[in-house]
Design a protein around this ligand. Structure first.
Ligand SMILES: NC(=O)C1=CN([C@@H]2O[C@H](COP(=O)(O)OP(=O)(O)OC[C@H]3O[C@@H](n4cnc5c(N)ncnc54)[C@H](O)[C@@H]3O)[C@@H](O)[C@H]2O)[C@@H](O)CC1
Ligand SMILES: [K+]
Length: 511
């Protein structure tokens, strides 16, 4: 699913109005009707108090239309106009008049006014600012936001939590409404997925308001949301007349004394993702544990006992996963530099190899085109430098990926894969996966996909999705705290099966 920038949404709005020959007022009515339907379906006439806070722009207009429709259905509402500006949008004004005709006169809130009492069992509708926010809200509006937050009432934001910009991180956390749920129009917004801005809404949901399909399907966007539909397009079925050679040979290079488990996890995940053959290249201390515990993998050992001192092998791997548990011993650093001088095989690079690259920038020029780098936030910072906010981080990551022609997988709650100026936002995964070894599993999975012929970008996007899906499947049995990297590997099979699973609802309909 595409993620549109605010300007594109305004343009989609305009095109829709023109092509459907409607007024903006009709579009607002349609959008707010979707909000009403959402609430009405859940509340079924429940007399709970609903406080609607409306700004003076079109977001506020949506709130006013919703208030009118709730009133007509007999709901217990209180409406407030948050007058943070003298200006009013036309559709706001039209709908204010319509509401007044239904004998609902909103309370106007201005600087210095007493704030309404809200009980924790009430519902707040936040229609104060939408996509049009262009500067931080005034202090008294921030105080209102804090008042809403303190009430602990369920807060439903319209389109976007008020105070959240679409293109930058707010400098003051208090200056944004904390939404329990956001009903966003037509398309998800990038800010829902970034660590410093995603925290302002616990959940989000898209409401289809019938914006012009042609515009939506033809527009190019800088970001895309990756769910099952997107990755299904990449999936390569296993062929009947195939053999292990058909699915590539992965080489996992890494490990050091005390960190052989990382290689074990990566190699095992690589096998579970479908790599035809997997070989591990480890220091000698890794030989016995790997041969004992992972019989499917072959093992080549370095001359050194406890760390990699020279990367030297006589096999021809399809792809190499590099760096897990490798450490940064001087000999290892030299070995990596010499290896990169001669290597032409596609690479997936993680962990200590990333840190070595950060400390030896000249190595970056030696990477084969479209190498996949999988940094967590700290490793990313070492690679691309410090950033100021999530948006600058993304721009810096894009430049880095362009400069070195690499696929950059920024690991996090919503892992973001960057390549060729575009970002792919993953939707699977959960906090249970914040545990040692899950990154090694991801490296193994992406390596295993490239081994089977998936191009590096698709392997990264698909691997990240499947990794998260495996975690989501397993956490249902383990709970967050007990999910481990080994468990995650067990979930990879389920993640593949889930790609083609038929929804229970569909089956129920057929019965
Ligand atoms: N295509 C869509 O997605 C649709 C969008 N609609 C709604 O329209 C919204 C956008 O409406 P607007 O463009 O009117 O934007 P807002 O409703 O966010 O209004 C902000 C208004 O306040 C001013 N302003 C911005 N920051 C301020 C600040 N810190 N202090 C004081 N004033 C400030 C702006 O100049 C603007 O007039 C969307 O978020 C959505 O809720 C819907 O009505 C219908 C369709
Ligand atoms: K809002």
């Amino acid at each position: 699913m595409k993620i549109f920038a605010a300007e594109q949404i305004y343009a989609a709005d305009k095109t829709t109005i023109k092509k459907q020959n409607i007024t903006s007022d009709v579009l607002m009515e349609r959008a707010a009707t979707r909000l009403f339907e959402w609430l009405h379906l859940r509340l079924q006439g429940n007399p709970v108090k609903i406080h609607l806070f409306c700004g003076i722009g079109n977001n506020g207009g949506d709130g006013l239309v919703l208030a009118r429709q709730l009133k007509e259905e007999g709901y217990n509402i209180a409406v407030y106009v948050v007058r943070y500006s003298e200006k009013r949008s036309d559709d706001f004004s039209t709908n204010l008049e319509r509401l007044k005709k239904r004998e609902v006169t909103p309370d106007v809130l201005e600087e210095g006014d007493a704030l309404p009492t809200i009980s924790k069992d009430d519902i707040i509708v936040d229609a104060i600012f939408g996509l049009g926010l262009n500067r931080p809200p005034d202090d008294w509006v921030v105080a209102l936001f804090e008042h809403l937050h303190r009430s602990r009432a369920f807060t439903l934001s319209v389109d976007i939590p008020s105070g959240l910009f679409t293109d930058r991180v707010p400098s003051d956390k208090k200056a944004v409404v904390k939404a329990n749920h956001t009903l966003t129009f037509q398309v998800p917004k990038l800010v829902f997925f970034l660590p410093k801005t995603g925290i302002f809404t616990e959940n989000w949901e898209v409401l289809d308001i019938g914006l012009d399909q042609e515009f939506l399907s033809t527009a190019e966007t800088d970001y895309e949301l990756i769910g099952k539909n997107e990755v299904l397009a990449f999936y390569e079925p296993r062929k009947k007349y195939s053999h292990k050679g058909t699915y590539g040979h992965s080489l996992i290079i890494g490990g050091s004394y005390g960190k052989i488990g990382a290689v074990h996890l990566a190699a095992k995940a690589c096998l579970h993702t479908g790599s035809g053959l997997v070989t591990a290249y480890v220091p000698q201390c890794g030989y016995t544990p790997l041969q004992t515990n992972l019989p499917e993998a072959m093992v080549i050992t370095d001359a050194a006992e406890k760390h990699i001192s020279k990367i030297d092998f006589d096999i021809e791997p399809t792809v190499i996963g590099l760096g897990i548990g490798m450490g940064k011993d001087t000999k290892t650093v030299n070995a990596l530099g010499q290896f990169l001088d001669v290597n032409k095989t596609p690479l997936v690079i993680d962990a200590d190899a990333l840190n070595i690259l950060s400390e030896n920038e000249e190595f970056l020029d030696k990477l084969p085109p479209r190498s996949v780098l999988t940094p967590h936030p700290k490793e990313l910072e070492r690679l691309i430098g410090k950033w100021d906010g999530d948006f600058q981080k993304l721009e810096m990551a894009k430049s880095f990926s362009q400069k070195y022609d690499c696929v950059l997988v920024i690991k996090g709650s919503n892992t973001l894969t960057i390549y060729d100026g575009k970002g792919y936002v993953n939707t699977t995964g959960n906090p249970g996966m914040a545990t040692g070894g899950t990154g090694d599993v991801l490296t193994g999975m992406v390596t295993g996909l490239i081994a089977q012929g998936y191009p590096p970008l698709q392997a990264a996007i698909f691997g990240v999705y499947m990794h998260g899906e495996a975690g989501d499947t397993m956490v249902e049995d383990t709970g967050y705290q007990t999910l481990t990297a080994s468990k995650l590997i067990e979930g990879i099979g389920e993640a593949f099966l889930d790609l083609f699973a038929v929804d229970d609802d569909v089956l129920a309909d057929e019965e």
